[in-house]
Design a protein around this ligand. Structure first.
Ligand SMILES: [Zn+2]
Length: 292
């Protein structure tokens, strides 16, 4: 099953639902960043959330960024996504290694610890929208649930999961987001709560061979479920030599002069995809001219 995200409605439009399977893009991220199992799980959950939340954006060039800054050994995570399901991300400490919570359960909450989650939406306005919450558990799905309730006033249920195989490759990854619109009735809410309390973990569902459609069917099957859209997400980085050059120019004349004087060259690498960009002294001098 290749990666995909489905967007759906139920309850006559009073419920919005998203579900995703993302093991290929999470595996891709693991190969770029050489993440430990618990770091793969944390990054994979965030990338899966970004792939679904990206589809909530309206505009072609809108960009969503999710950031965690935390006191745990993982230190932090940054991911971004767009409306096409293109995502990228990195963790601050990819090698973090801590004991499992219990056998077979990676301790993502322990790797993250206390901290903050920020959601930034650049939708082409002068100032991007930004919401920030204190982490509830560091398990990411619970934190996003709290974020949606607090910052967006949208009661939501978020499930995210990454199953890392014994050889450290990504065996399963996926998630769902169910959101209640103001029109939702008490009856819908209690039915939903019941289902969500009894549904197995997302990774277990995927491992049993369930598809994102099956998962939404299990939760919303008798509530007038309509699948509206299906998107293929991917790990995609839009860095380029031109963008890196612009970033170098933006650090300013003095910094550039110092770089030329002391290092005679610059090697930069993209945090998101690991691509290396080398600049010779001559090239730096040209950038310095542009900075003036
Ligand atoms: Zn890149």
């Amino acid at each position: 099953m290749g990666d995909y995200v489905i967007c759906a409605t139920a309850g006559n439009g009073a419920i919005r639902a998203y579900a995703a399977t993302t093991s290929e893009l999470v595996q891709h991220a693991r190969e770029i960043h050489h993440t430990s199992p618990v770091a793969s799980a944390a990054l994979g959950r965030m990338l899966t959330a970004a792939a679904m939340m990206g589809t909530m954006l309206k505009g072609e060039s809108d960009l969503l960024t999710l950031q965690i800054r935390c006191l745990g050994p993982l230190k932090g995570i940054v991911v971004s996504g767009d409306c096409h399901g293109r995502v990228k991300g990195y963790v601050f400490n990819p090698g973090v290694d801590i004991p499992e919570k219990y056998p077979g359960k990676l301790d993502v909450g322990g790797a993250i610890g206390e901290g903050y989650l920020s959601v930034i939406k650049d939708i082409g306005l002068k100032e991007p929208y930004a919401g920030r919450i204190q982490l509830v558990s560091g398990e990411i799905a619970e934190d996003l649930t709290y974020y949606f309730a607090q910052s967006e006033q949208t009661p939501s249920s978020v499930g995210l999961g990454v199953l890392v195989d014994t050889n450290t490759s990504i065996r399963q990854a996926g998630g769902f987001i169910i959101q209640l619109m103001p029109e939702a009735t008490e009856e819908m809410i209690s039915k939903l709560e019941q289902r969500l309390n009894t549904i197995p973990y997302m990774t277990d569902l995927l491992d049993m061979g369930k598809t994102p459609e099956d998962v939404l069917e299990m939760i919303l099957g008798d509530m007038d479920l309509h699948i509206l859209d299906k998107i293929t997400p991917s790990y995609y980085c839009n860095c380029s030599r031109e963008r890196v050059s612009k970033a170098l120019i933006s650090i300013g004349k003095e910094e550039l002069e110092k770089m030329i004087r002391e290092d005679h060259k610059a090697n930069l690498h993209c945090h998101f995809c690991g691509k290396e960009y080398d600049f010779t002294e001559e090239e730096l001098k040209a950038l310095l001219e542009a900075a003036k």
